[in-house]
Design a protein around this ligand. Structure first.
Ligand SMILES: Nc1nc2c(ncn2[C@@H]2O[C@H](COP(=O)(O)OP(=O)(O)O)[C@@H](O)[C@H]2O)c(=O)[nH]1
Ligand SMILES: [Mg+2]
Length: 336
């Protein structure tokens, strides 16, 4: 699971990357993109750790990719730079609200760059398929179907619409996703602006924060940080919230495993089954899957103690096809 931090050059992406992941941006990796891992803060994990006193606590994580910023008036070069994030699951678009530009027009221009980059990919695909379906071949039916789909995508992009705005069936979404189109990805828009800035009319950012200031604050000892925050009138830090926004935009849920050795949060695609969840932990656990013992976090919290959890019998036995819910605490029984 990876979220690309994108935007124009100088919007503060690399500073945000360091804030979210704790990794130092490496200038030699600016062009190829740099990956860092952010911890997903989750109070539920803390609660489960209090309950089990495990030897190890492992939170769920999100990967962020710091990308080279886009340039003004350089569509082909920009399309290439955007190519880096085709594999990403979501985009965090960072806008510059600290040096006097207009973030609304910046976002519009960024949207146009993404449309242009997608148009190149889709035009290419349409041309290849049109040539290919002229020849007899075993998968011609399939290719005709795909051609119809990519032509719809082309028409949408040409009219300025995103791929995400197309109403696609589940069967169409999958091949579409395989193209890695940028306008197909969920987005989180963040405005990098001084503390207290109201977003301009027409912009609806998920968060407004002073990226540089917050990185400086993050580097302080807690006591010192509190004093500085009070001095500056900063009431909240945004790091955990932004990581959570990115995580939710991707459509991930968290399930937990909890015991004395380890309490751990795991990422899972929404709608995945118990056996797929087992596979996240170990392929053997999926192969030998017998049953899952499942308890909802909220019920565990309401019970409050291990003894009360037992007494209330809140654990259910579920089979392979059970759809795992966000917050499920799962113990997998395996025959392997
Ligand atoms: N004043 C101010 N400057 C910032 C802020 N964020 C980034 N900058 C400056 O903008 C420049 C580019 O930042 P950087 O993170 O490298 O941008 P990137 O090109 O998007 O990766 C640096 O000189 C930063 O000091 C901010 O929140 N406030
Ligand atoms: Mg950078």
């Amino acid at each position: 699971m990876q979220v690309g931090i994108v935007g124009f050059a100088g919007s503060g992406k690399s500073i945000l990357f360091e804030l979210l992941t704790g990794a130092r941006p490496d200038p030699s990796r600016t062009h190829s993109g740099q990956v860092g891992v952010a911890v997903l803060h989750d109070p539920r994990l803390d609660f489960l750790a209090e309950l089990h006193h495990p030897r190890k606590i492992t939170p769920a994580t999100v990967e962020f990719l710091d990308t080279p910023g886009l340039l003004q008036n350089a569509q082909s070069e920009n399309a290439q730079r955007l190519g880096l994030i085709r594999e990403g699951d979501a985009l965090l678009i960072l806008l510059n609200g600290f040096s006097g530009g207009d973030p609304v027009s910046e976002l519009n221009r960024f949207g146009e760059e993404m449309l242009f980059a997608d148009l190149l990919v889709i035009t290419n695909r349409v041309e290849r398929l049109e040539a290919s379906v002229k020849k007899p071949r075993p998968d011609r039916e399939q290719q005709l179907k795909e051609l119809e789909l990519v032509k719809r995508a082309l028409a949408a992009l040409e009219s300025g619409a995103t791929i995400a705005s197309l109403e696609l069936t589940a069967d169409e979404k999958k091949p579409m996703r395989s193209f890695g189109l940028l306008t197909d990805k969920p987005r989180v828009v963040v405005l990098n602006a001084p503390q207290g800035t109201e977003p301009p009319a027409g912009l609806n950012p998920a968060a407004v924060l002073d990226v540089k200031l917050e990185l400086e604050l993050a580097g302080l000892e807690p006591g010192e940080r509190a004093a500085f925050m009070a001095d500056l009138g900063v009431t909240e830090l945004h790091r955990d919230h932004i990581i959570r926004l990115a995580y939710d935009a991707v459509g991930m849920i968290t399930f937990f495993t909890a015991g004395e050795p380890e309490v751990r949060g795991w990422n899972l695609e929404r709608g995945a089954t118990a056996v797929e969840a087992a596979g996240k932990i170990h392929t053997d656990l999926a192969k030998g899957f017998v049953r899952a013992e499942v308890a909802a976090f909220d019920e565990i919290k309401a019970a409050g103690t291990l003894k009360e959890i037992k007494a209330r019998k809140i654990e259910r036995l579920e089979g392979k096809n059970y759809i795992v819910k966000d917050g499920d605490v799962v113990y997998f029984r395996s025959a392997v």
